[in-house]
Design a protein around this ligand. Structure first.
Ligand code: GDP
Ligand code: IMO
Ligand code: MG
Length: 463
């Protein structure tokens, strides 16, 4: 088996030894799907479109804080932990090591997929190195989100942050440990003792019962065991055999723990770099990064949002875009497209192709404001502020683009789009340096426009 990338290029002296060059030449295509804004850009729908061609989908970060909507012939699926590939029986789905897995949420999601007639067995695998979310993670999160004097992030209350804290603190429980009965028992006993004390002291929380927790999680472990694999091995082997992989991001660039609007972020690396860390596929095996952006902007939860429209305009965009959280139902904050933010996402992720979603939501407008620059204290700035409070000083510079004021959801080709919509795309390309490869004009799988060069470069099958 070979893990090094070759593609016929001369290998530098630092490259790893080639064991089977003939397999190397076959290495499958890969692409990362990354949220270019604050999440909910329509990643789920786009992953679904790509799985018509790609054979494997590997989720690399986050947990059931995600809600990825896929609509196929009017039937709606909201995926939280399970990658989008599950909706195609010929596709393999992998939950990578970078994910935090709530066993109960996973089993619930699998049960509802089965009920909907989706083939899960043999098509879905979980990394043995993924971290496990336990009830005390939710207890700690609830306490700290509501504690006086703490910054309220507006999290999804799924225990995501505390689970990643335990991972980085080297005291987490991994899926392999979940399946190890004696280890599971000692882990839960020790962790409960510690967390109960902390939560009581800090937040006056009621203690959790370790015995009950062990019984429940041991039973869940039995149901989860058949899905567990060494997924880094599985993915690298598949690549070496020429299989194609799409790495499915969750959340978005501005929610990334390092590069987002800290501390108003999630607790994982949601940017494209996370794809390598979160799956065990090396960065040298990543061919393309595809950034997903709405034609405008949204954000759920607290934190900076320079182009936010707090008034009736924002309300109108929310209504037209049906901007309510896929999982929590929370209303999403809405605003105009933010090009400085999108340029930043392009830089951090190395986005070569952009997918613009929800174009149809702007169909009624005769004029579309777009933020083209930021000013702080009267001076234009490059880049984004490192502190959340820095955003308060931002003055957005807008340019008004002509609207098209005509429906786009039936349009099937780029050339079939109204002139003003094509110009909107061209402007995004010019300002970000990325090419627009796909445009989404409605939630259904079929309401998608593919650009020829994108189809060619990614080797996409015709529909
Ligand atoms: P994700 O988390 O990035 O997968 O996005 P979500 O599923 O949370 O949110 C995107 C929402 O927009 C979902 O309700 C989708 O069904 C919907 N959606 C996706 N693409 C389009 C589009 O082009 N037009 C419209 N009107 N809705 C879309
Ligand atoms: P998808 O994959 C939008 C937000 C929460 C909160 C912050 C931290 O569907 O795009 P967390 O529970 O992760 O600790 O919350 O991140 N958030 C999301 N916002 N889409 C998501 O996922 C999100 N996942 C987390 O609202 O502001
Ligand atoms: Mg979502």
């Amino acid at each position: 088996m070979v893990f090094a990338r070759s593609q016929g290029r001369p290998q530098g002296r630092h490259h790893s030894r080639k064991f089977h060059p003939e397999i190397e030449l076959k290495r499958g295509r890969t692409a990362v799907i990354v949220g270019a804004q604050w999440g909910d850009e329509g990643k789920g729908k786009i992953v679904d479109v790509l799985t018509h061609t790609f054979e494997i989908v590997a989720r690399y970060a986050g947990g059931h804080n995600a809600g990825h909507t896929v609509i196929i012939n009017g039937k709606k699926f909201i995926l939280q932990l399970v990658p989008g590939g599950i909706l195609r029986p010929e596709c393999t789905s992998v939950i990578g090591n970078g994910v935090v897995l709530d066993p109960m949420a996973f089993l619930k999601e699998v049960a509802s997929l089965r009920d909907a007639g989706v083939k899960v067995e043999g098509n879905l695998f979980i990394s043995n190195r993924a971290q496990v979310i336990l009830p005390y993670h939710r207890m700690m999160e609830l306490g700290s989100e509501n504690a006086p004097g703490r910054v309220k992030i507006g999290t999804t209350s799924r225990g995501i942050g505390p689970a990643y804290e335990d991972k980085m603190g080297r005291r987490g429980l991994r899926v392999a440990d979940l399946l190890d009965r004696p280890l599971l028992r000692t882990h839960i006993e020790n962790a409960c003792r510690e967390k109960n004390m902390i939560a009581h002291a800090l937040f006056n929380s009621d203690p959790l019962d370790a015995d009950k927790m062990f019984a429940e999680y041991a039973a869940a472990a039995d149901k989860i065991a058949p899905f567990v694999r060494d997924t880094a091995l599985l993915l690298n082997r598949a690549l070496a055999e020429g299989k194609s992989i799409v790495f499915e991001g969750a959340q978005g660039t501005m929610l990334d723990i390092d590069h987002g609007t800290y501390p108003f972020v999630t607790s994982s690396s949601s940017t494209s770099g996370g794809a390598a860390i979160g799956t065990g596929v090396p960065p040298t095996s990543i061919d393309t990064v595809i950034g997903i952006s709405k034609a405008y902007c949204t954000r759920v939860g607290g934190g900076p949002f320079p182009t936010e429209l707090p008034g009736v305009e924002g309300e109108d965009l929310r209504k037209r875009g049906n901007e309510f959280g896929a999982v929590t139902g929370r209303p999403r904050r809405t605003g105009w497209l933010d090009l400085p933010q999108l340029r930043y996402a392009g830089m951090i992720n190395g986005i070569s192709w952009l997918v613009v979603t929800k174009l149809d939501v702007l169909d009624h407008l005769t004029e579309i404001p777009v933020c083209v620059g930021y000013k702080i204290d009267g001076k234009e700035i490059d880049g984004l502020p490192p502190q959340a409070c820095g955003y308060e000083k931002i003055e957005c510079l807008y340019r008004k683009m002509p609207g098209w004021a005509t429906p786009t959801n039936k349009v099937k080709t780029f050339d079939g789009l109204p002139k003003a919509a094509r110009e909107y795309m061209a402007f995004i390309e010019k300002e970000t340096g990325a090419r627009v490869g796909m445009i989404s004009t409605g939630p259904d799988r079929t309401e998608t426009i593919l650009v020829d060069d994108f189809v060619k470069e990614l080797g996409l099958k015709a529909n």
